[in-house]
Design a protein around this ligand. Structure first.
Ligand code: NDP
Length: 341
């Protein structure tokens, strides 16, 4: 099975019709050229940033998808055959060059081996030990330099990034406020240790809800959603507040007519607020990555971090699995299970 994009989707909400799911010939060992691997896909990651790749824009930090070719993203898989000296049959690999195919041939660029018998399930390399979790670390630790006693507000707090941001902040002694889009998600965020959490869809006035949950003001806002929530957060920031500009998912499907215009940006001046926009891929080469792996692996070993995965089974369900993210239908880190380990 293979999933391709039919045509570019510049603005508005993508639909299932924008994707094509078809049966394709399964590649074999015989089709390998020098220094290539044949990978059987175990899990694919669906991530909000993929919306940008559907537009066809080639001037962003990651190239756009090409209509008629399989989507590409993060994944975990097993090597079935290899002509590379660095990989052998049975190795489990992860990386960002996973084609949305049940089996595919690739060069080795963009793949790394997962340590054998790490005791950690493969899908967790897309979650708590993967890109979303590191994204949380960069925002909370590297950029906003979270300190004990401060108040942090986290939107999309039950999601792939948010749930780790909550726990990293809590581990550092912050007062943690989470917001999420359903009562179940709010309960989950509280179970992670958040001091306060609320349902932003049912809370009424957003700015008042933030004020109630964070009466002393917000020192750090970890922004996953942008738009109206960012506006309300700006209204509640304390002096010298910091904002992790992680994501603005509420705006990814916006059109010229529906894009949200922020009213409270001017507050960054009197309040001396810093906004750190960032892309996590810039941080893998920095010491932050090793520090993140050490901290989170230790927390995992000691049972001090929880991570909720949300599995959708079947590559053919990949497009819906992706579209769900923009409607909050995922609960935790959404992955697509393609085959059994
Ligand atoms: P999540 O697992 O949090 O899934 C997305 C969630 O966003 C949904 O479940 C929903 O949660 C919320 N959401 C969707 N639409 C809206 C909307 N219109 N308004 C408010 N909330 C909405 O995704 P990730 O954790 O993977 O990603 C979170 C953010 O982090 C995204 O913006 C993403 O682009 C960004 N990101 C940035 C990276 C970087 O390098 N800067 C790297 C990775 C992610 P709910 O039900 O609570 O509304």
């Amino acid at each position: 099975t293979s999933v391709t994009l039919v045509k570019h989707v510049p603005s508005g909400a993508p639909t299932l019709g924008d994707f094509k799911v078809e049966s394709t010939n399964v590649p074999t060992k015989a089709s390998l050229q020098d220094d290539q691997i044949l990978v059987r896909t175990l899990y694919l990651s669906v991530d909000p940033y993929m919306r940008g790749r559907l537009t066809g824009a080639q001037d962003s930090y990651v190239e756009g998808f090409v209509p008629g070719k399989p989507l590409i993203g993060l994944g975990v898989g097993v090597i079935e055959a290899s002509t590379s000296a660095n990989y052998k049959e049975g190795d489990v690999v992860t990386g960002d060059q996973f084609k949305w195919e049940s089996k595919f041939v690739s060069s080795t660029k963009g793949f790394t081996k997962i340590p054998a018998s790490s005791g950690i399930s493969p899908a967790n390399y897309l979650g708590v030990l993967g890109m979303p979790s590191f994204t949380a670390y960069v925002g909370v630790v590297s950029l906003c330099k979270a300190k004990a006693g401060e108040t942090i507000l986290i939107s999309a707090a039950s999601g792939a990034v948010g749930q780790v941001a909550v726990q990293l902040a809590k581990a550092r002694g912050l007062y943690v406020v989470g917001a999420a889009g359903s009562d179940d998600k709010v309960e989950f965020v509280k179970s992670l240790g958040a001091d306060a959490a609320f349902n932003y869809k049912t809370c009424g006035d957003l700015s008042a809800a933030i004020k109630k949950a964070a009466p002393n003001g917000v020192d750090i806002y970890f922004d996953n959603v942008g738009g109206e929530f960012l506006d309300a957060a700006l209204a509640n920031m304390s002096n010298f507040g910091r904002i992790a500009g992680c994501g603005m998912i509420s705006q990814y499907n916006a059109t010229a007519d529906s894009v949200y215009h922020i009213q409270n940006l001017i507050r960054i001046i009197p309040k001396r607020i810093s906004i750190f926009g960032y892309i996590v891929s810039d941080y893998y080469a920095k010491p932050d990555y090793a520090n993140f792996i050490t901290e989170v692996s230790t927390m995992l070993k000691e049972g001090k971090i929880t991570y909720k995965l949300d599995e959708v089974v079947g590559l053919e369900n990949g497009p819906q699995g992706l579209l769900d993210l923009f409607e909050g239908k995922n609960f935790g880190k959404r992955v697509i299970k393609v085959s059994d380990a």
